[in-house]
Design a protein around this ligand. Structure first.
Ligand code: A2P
Length: 331
């Protein structure tokens, strides 16, 4: 691959920091790199491959001469700057939900639908973190037999709400243990020693926005309008990795051995399924890891062809920065 000019938009955020580390660790061929954030961050420094870079304020001119912009500055910023990227031929790989359901924007998990990057028109969307982590566990099964439905409950880390929410969890835990009043500034309810329904708006049908994303994005990524998904998304007091309890109904009856072997072989997945030791995937053990871990594989008793499983994946990596850098690698 010829070295590319890369812009990291939202470089001071939780995902932004992971963009930097993933580009470094994967030895992405970088010619020039710039780090963009709001005016508040001008003057901050970011170290990349041993060299210090000053954070620049993101403006509409920031993308001239850039080949790829990795965006994680929130959906409103993605909407403001998308045209500026497209106009100068800089491909926007966008981590926000701004363009995920736009018909001419591919929504890509490189292990699942890499061919979709080919039809991009300047913007490629990174799916929602919960969708990515769910499909990393479901797709190996889908390859054995079409999946008719997915029932999923998420246990989502604070990182999904950004660096400030991670700090809020730490601060609340400290204050709670010190007997001090707990402050709530980012998340709507106390997250330390608690959990609550995902902090996105609830629609008329009772599903919140995160749940709707999981439903619609699954159809788009798999190019399968028939697969039905019922999610329940919950925020839990974990710092940075999401977990999901999943039941799938397949068209054909599958053996558990076939499912285990498909998951173990699938790139980006590790099988962690030790019934004897009661040892299964845990969010702490995937934090900082590229692979998702999948286990608790067993038959579901409520469907004829039902399989239950549990997956953990690092929300900031496979759920965000790693997936986006993998998309840039495909480009
Ligand atoms: P800043 O640190 O200057 O506010 P997180 O998701 O962890 O909250 O991070 C959000 C990222 O998006 C940060 O890097 C933040 O920069 C950046 N960001 C937020 N608002 C803007 C904006 N108006 N222009 C550019 N970057 C922004």
């Amino acid at each position: 691959m010829t070295p590319k000019n890369i812009a990291v938009a939202g470089a001071t955020g939780a995902v932004g920091a992971e963009f930097v580390s993933v580009l470094e660790k994967r030895n992405f061929p970088v010619k020039n790199i710039k780090f963009l954030a709001s005016a508040r961050s001008v003057g901050k420094k970011i170290t990349f491959k041993g060299e210090e870079f000053a954070v620049e304020e993101m403006t509409k001119d920031s993308f001239k001469g850039m080949d790829v912009a990795l965006f994680s500055a929130g959906g409103s910023q993605s909407k403001i700057y998308a045209q500026s990227c497209v106009d100068v031929g800089c491909v926007m790989v966008d981590n926000s939900s701004a363009f995920r359901m736009t018909p001419d924007v591919p929504l890509v998990i490189p292990e699942i639908n890499p061919e979709d990057v080919k039809w991009h028109k300047g913007i490629i969307a990174n799916p929602n973190c919960s969708t990515i982590i769910m499909l990393m566990a479901v797709y190996p099964i889908y390859q054995l037999s079409k999946v008719k439905r997915v029932i999923v409950s998420t246990y989502q880390a604070a990182s999904g709400a950004g660096a400030k929410a991670m700090k809020e969890l730490e601060d609340q835990a400290r204050d709670f243990l010190d007997g001090k009043p707990v402050k709530k500034e980012v998340l709507p309810y106390q997250i330390a020693f608690n959990l609550f329904s995902h902090n996105t708006k609830i629609g008329d049908d009772g599903y919140n926005e995160e749940e709707v994303k999981m439903i619609k994005e699954t159809n788009k990524i798999l190019h399968d309008e028939n697969i039905k998904v019922t999610p329940t998304c919950v925020r839990v007091p974990v710092l940075r990795a999401h977990s999901e309890s999943i039941v799938v109904e397949t068209e054909q009856k599958l053996s558990l051995d076939a499912v285990r072997s498909a998951i173990a072989k699938f790139p980006g997945c590790q099988l962690v399924d030790d019934r004897e030791k009661n040892y299964f995937p845990m969010p702490l053990e995937v934090s900082g890891e590229y692979d998702c871990k999948v286990g608790r594989i067993r038959y579901d008793y409520t469907f004829d062809n039902g399989i239950a499983l549990f997956v953990c994946g690092d929300q900031l990596l496979k759920g965000a920065a790693l997936n986006a850098v993998q998309i840039a690698e495909l480009l």
